[in-house]
Design a protein around this ligand. Sequence first.
Ligand code: FMN
Length: 339
Amino acid sequence: MTDITPLLTPVELGGLRLPNRVVMAPITRARATADGVPTELHAAYYGQRATAGLIITEGTWVGERAIGFPGVPGLHRPEQVVAWRRVTDVVHALGGRIAAQLWHAGPGSPAELSVADLRVVAADFRAAARCAREAGFDGVEVHAVGDFLLPRFLNPRTNRRTDRYAGGRLLLDVVDAVVGEWGGRRVGVRLSPYWSTTEGFVPDESTLDAYDGHVAGLAEYPLAYLHLRGPEAFDPDHTPFRRYRALFTGPLVVNLGFTRAAADDVVACGVADAVSFATHYIANPDLVARFALRHALAVGDPATYYRGGAEGYVDYPEHRPRVLSSSGSAAETTPPARG
Ligand SMILES: Cc1cc2nc3c(=O)[nH]c(=O)nc-3n(C[C@H](O)[C@H](O)[C@H](O)COP(=O)(O)O)c2cc1C
């Protein structure tokens, strides 16, 4: 009998072949330089997590106009490409796969932005997608969740336009631009009708209907995957994700609040192809090993999430397993002597 559960079996997401279905979700950690350049700490942090089936980086700015917060890296200037190359080289040397999450937090509402502005948005995504190739990434993910430029256009409450940019056109223009650089099978898209532009927002039927249309539009592309973030209240029957499984035939990655058991279940019942974890990955660099060996998970310190520096970033230890001795009693393993 094997103890290897569905989450720990290989899967193909478009053109990406993963040895397991444990995905590291995008996690902003605010450790880049003031110029938005990743550092050696990024290489260590992502390298520690290289056993993930797929790492999705923290959101990275697609251009100067996209910048929203300090400490977040960019992927649009040559020195950023060089620094990211160091990160991807380390992850690849350790056997991992890594996709860059492309993010635009620029100002402006759907009512304010001109057609020319929106063409520039798609062009910035395209240029960053090209930079991601030069930096050695295995793919890219379009960030279209939260209170940012793309999701403002996806929600009918915030997008009242009646021109070309009514509905989901801006997202599809961005996907066209990115697919133009990569081909669709290396491009993922992250969506959520539940994580929105207004505090305490609960999507009404018109929002859910609009997202049905967006997902159906994306189903026309041979995407690597659709990455869905579910509602804050975890549903053990996975009902919110089933709605999109029926609309999108490509690979689905699901997120928010999953335990190992719930992740196994959502894969076993065929609703999702992989599951992404954010908070667990902050404190458990060896999350795949902990799942495989059924070891306890560590809990991260939220005070260090965005604080900068090595503390709370690259100093979460790997779990030291307890093994059974020949007498059958549990014993702590000792690390091999150095030197
Ligand atoms: C510190 C922190 C930073 C995050 N940064 C991003 C980000 O850059 N891009 C993104 O799409 N989601 C981001 N998220 C959301 C996570 O990817 C994920 O959706 C959320 O934490 C729920 O997953 P979990 O239950 O596994 O933690 C962030 C979450 C946390 C806690």
